[in-house]
Design a protein around this ligand. Structure first.
Ligand SMILES: Nc1ncnc2c1ncn2[C@@H]1O[C@H](COP(=O)(O)OP(=O)(O)OP(=O)(O)O)[C@@H](O)[C@H]1O
Ligand SMILES: [Mg+2]
Length: 223
């Protein structure tokens, strides 16, 4: 690398660090204003900011921004329940969720607490070439009628033990804006798969499916 290129790449790195720290500062201010307790800012994506959990190092707190089509409280609970259920079925690919907030107003930020994955940052670039590994996860969930957001490679990450995870929450239903709301899961396929779980997990898993179905009906009736 020439001296000029080295100077340029150092400048780019400094600019991006500067941008991240400015963003982090703004994110902390927003959380302060909205009264959401968080730890340090960690990362951001198109729909959320990821913070350390205020008191549990095993978790991250994902704070969701509100866009043009904000989620209802049924949508939020549905997102939480479907992801939590899929974690029971795929505990080494889908991180667990432990709690979520119910905002009073639809435009208020809300948060979901998620199992913290210790991401191997040095392997980030490998993700786009790891199609076979990603397909193992994508196909397994496809069998349950669940579609993942595969457009963003950042939704997959290797942890420091070398395991590949899908590090995003899972939409419970889709086709917002269209005439008919569609489930992003097949209830019967889920119930069949739940039969393979240990007895201790089966009853909560079945409750999650039943509650998801109730929430889906509430949302579908709004159409
Ligand atoms: N459970 C987790 N543990 C540790 N880090 C996480 C976890 N979930 C997300 N992250 C981090 O947050 C980053 C941002 O996520 P991502 O880009 O998917 O945000 P997003 O808002 O979902 O955007 P998009 O809608 O484009 O997927 C991830 O690349 C990852 O580094
Ligand atoms: Mg994402």
């Amino acid at each position: 690398m020439t001296q000029k290129n080295m100077d340029r790449s150092r400048k780019q790195m400094e600019d991006s660090l500067d941008f991240t720290s400015q963003y982090a500062e703004q994110a902390m201010k927003k959380r302060h204003d909205s009264g959401i307790p968080v730890g340090h800012f960690m990362a951001n994506g198109a729909s959320k900011d990821i913070h350390e959990h205020p008191d549990n190092p095993e978790l991250v707190r994902c704070v969701f921004r509100r866009g043009d089509a904000p989620e209802t409280k049924e949508d939020i609970e549905g997102r939480y329940l479907l992801t939590k259920l899929l974690h029971l079925l795929y505990p080494e690919q889908i991180p667990d969720m432990t709690a979520y907030s119910v905002p009073e107003h639809i435009l208020e930020e809300y948060w979901i607490d998620v199992q913290r994955i210790h991401i191997d940052e040095s392997r980030r670039d490998e993700i786009k070439n790891s199609l076979p590994e990603r397909h193992v996860i994508i196909n397994s969930l496809d069998e349950l009628g669940v579609g993942l957001d595969t457009g963003n490679h950042g939704n997959f990450a290797f942890d420091t033990a070398g395991k590949l995870w899908y590090v995003d929450s899972i939409d419970p239903w889709g086709n917002r804006g269209l005439a008919e709301l569609k489930r992003n899961y097949n209830p019967q396929a889920l119930l069949d798969r739940i039969q393979t779980l240990p007895e201790t997990e089966k009853s909560s898993a079945i409750k999650y499916v039943n509650r998801l179905e109730d929430l889906f009906k509430i949302e579908a009736d709004k159409k």
